[in-house]
Write a protein that binds this ligand. Structure first.
Ligand code: AMP
Ligand code: MG
Length: 485
């Protein structure tokens, strides 16, 4: 007889206690027939959670919010936000809940949050549910991002609920258990500001400082320092997206964290053929959030954050605006520096190389890739072989060989470090066609392609024989992601 491992989870109510005005006590919907589809064992270990215990009915009940530990106080979080440029004063968790905060084995607090857990007072006519496909998409893409070293929320588990949800068709429903260093967003600050309650705004800013930017507490002007830290974190984050061809797809202010973690994997996708005007989202009609526009979109969101923080920056508005403008002005230089540093690493360039020379080399490479519709991931990875003397795999991807050879010759003259390049240039990213294939199979009940894809993207830098199809560009042609609800 085997004894089920006991599940011991201590869930705090830090957010609900510090910011009750933004925390609506709420309960998850029942799950008619819960079935665990994916469990992130490495992440469970980081959180000090027993994976075997999470697989028991009691564990699955926690992962769907249907039974929570004593003392936990699940809440729907209130937030506002600009969606595609338009302000909405009341968004909030319309199909999500914050179960509470866990302490990781690193001693830090992490939010345990659910998505797809049923209607809340923020649901605005929508059903509060999520489908298996989009929740597994968030799971696999966030795992890939984490493995690529890009700050991100994580996915702890996906549980099929046994409840069909109505989308373009009837689809199997699911709940995602998400882990983040917090769910504080630009939209959270906008919400607090809109209440007109400066004390609430201050408590929210204090919470963001405590959880994400503790050094700001010691600055002469902590709230200005907080803003500067968020600007820097977002500049760094978006640069990292750009370096791997990630297109977030829905960079509304409610989907931008104060921590600098990527959040909300809806209509996101990896660009294959290099083209700055790439976007995939069916709901992004003007291409507001296309690849090449992401830094601008981030900067725009950070301007909204500054507006919301103004009362904390100075006692008179004129000085507050001047401080905010100056701090926001650093976004571009931060972003440009992070992007250039990233490209220097990707191209294995020597430390001493002049920035202008490096920048010229990068610009010319990107023009070459764009003109020839070259797959970003495979070309850049093939460059280390060119650095070792075999330019074949890189040349094979470019039509204009004269232009390719001219660039390769210029670059190779700088003696690039091939081993260093292989540590930063992924072989495997979750390519759109492979993700779709895995989600389609999973929706029909076959999890094998999904599980294999997760294993592949978890080790993005190690070439493994037999995985060639995961490294190859997908079929050319328009690829569209739907909102992912
Ligand atoms: P998103 O664009 O996914 O970040 O969501 C924006 C807003 O819509 C948030 O307030 C969500 O909680 C809400 N929302 C999205 N999908 C649903 C749904 N199926 N039911 C209720 N609310 C939703
Ligand atoms: Mg969102």
């Amino acid at each position: 007889m085997s004894v089920a491992p006991a599940l011991t989870v201590a869930l705090g109510d830090r957010f609900a206690t510090a910011l009750p005005e933004m925390a609506l006590p709420w309960q998850a919907a029942e799950t008619p027939d819960p079935r665990l589809l994916a469990l992130n064992e490495p992440l469970a270990a980081d959180l000090g959670l027993d994976a075997d215990a999470l697989r028991t009915p009691e564990g699955v009940a926690l992962l769907t919010g249907t039974a929570v530990p004593e003392g936990a106080r699940p809440v729907a979080q209130a937030y506002a936000g600009h969606q595609f440029g338009y302000y909405n004063p009341r968004l909030g968790d319309g199909r999500a809940l914050l179960l509470g905060e866990l302490t990781g084995v690193d001693g830090r607090p992490y939010d345990l949050h659910l998505k797809g857990s049923g209607r809340t007072p923020f649901s605005r006519g929508a059903d509060g549910y999520a489908a298996v496909g989009p929740m597994l998409r968030e799971y696999v893409v966030s795992e890939a991002m984490h493995a690529l070293g890009i700050p991100t929320t994580r996915s702890l588990a996906v549980v099929a609920t046994g409840r069909p949800v109505r989308r373009e068709a009837l689809l199997p429903g699911a709940v995602l258990a998400r882990v983040a260093s917090s769910h504080l967003r630009v939209g959270s600050v906008q919400f607090a500001r809109a209440t007109g309650d400066d004390d609430l705004l201050r408590r929210l800013a204090d919470e963001a400082i405590a959880r994400h930017h503790p050094a700001a507490a010691d600055a002469e002007q902590p709230y200005l320092a907080l803003y500067e830290e968020v600007v820097a974190a977002q500049a760094d984050l978006v640069a990292r997206w750009m370096l791997v061809g990630f297109v977030h797809g829905v960079m509304n202010t409610d989907n931008m964290t104060l921590s600098g973690e990527t959040i909300d994997y809806g209509p996101c996708a990896f660009m294959e053929a290099y083209a700055p005007d790439t976007w995939f989202s069916s709901v992004d009609e003007g291409g507001r959030y296309r690849y090449g526009n992401q830094p601008l979109a981030a900067e725009w969101n950070l301007a909204r954050l500054a507006e919301a923080l103004l009362p904390l920056l100075a006692s008179d508005q004129e000085s507050a605006v001047a401080l905010a403008v100056e701090a926001l002005g650093r976004f571009r230089p931060f972003f440009d520096a992070a992007l250039l540093a990233g490209w220097r690493a990707k191209l294995g360039l020597p430390d001493g190389l002049d920035d202008d020379v490096a920048r010229g080399l990068v610009d010319d490479l990107l023009a070459l890739l764009q003109d020839n519709r070259v797959d970003l991931t495979s070309f850049v990875r093939a460059l280390s072989r060119a650095a070792r003397g075999d330019a074949g795999p890189a040349r094979e991807l470019v039509l204009d060989l004269a232009a390719a050879d001219a660039w390769l010759e210029r670059w190779r003259a700088l003696a690039p470090d091939a081993d260093a390049m292989d540590r930063v240039n992924p072989v495997y990213v979750p390519r759109n066609a492979l993700v779709e294939e895995a989600l389609t199979a999973a929706t029909a009940g076959d999890l094998a392609p999904f599980e294999r894809l997760v294993e592949v993207v978890r080790r993005p830098f190690d070439v493994r024989p037999g995985l060639e199809r995961y490294a190859a560009p997908g079929p050319e042609g328009p690829f569209v992601t739907y909102c992912g609800t």
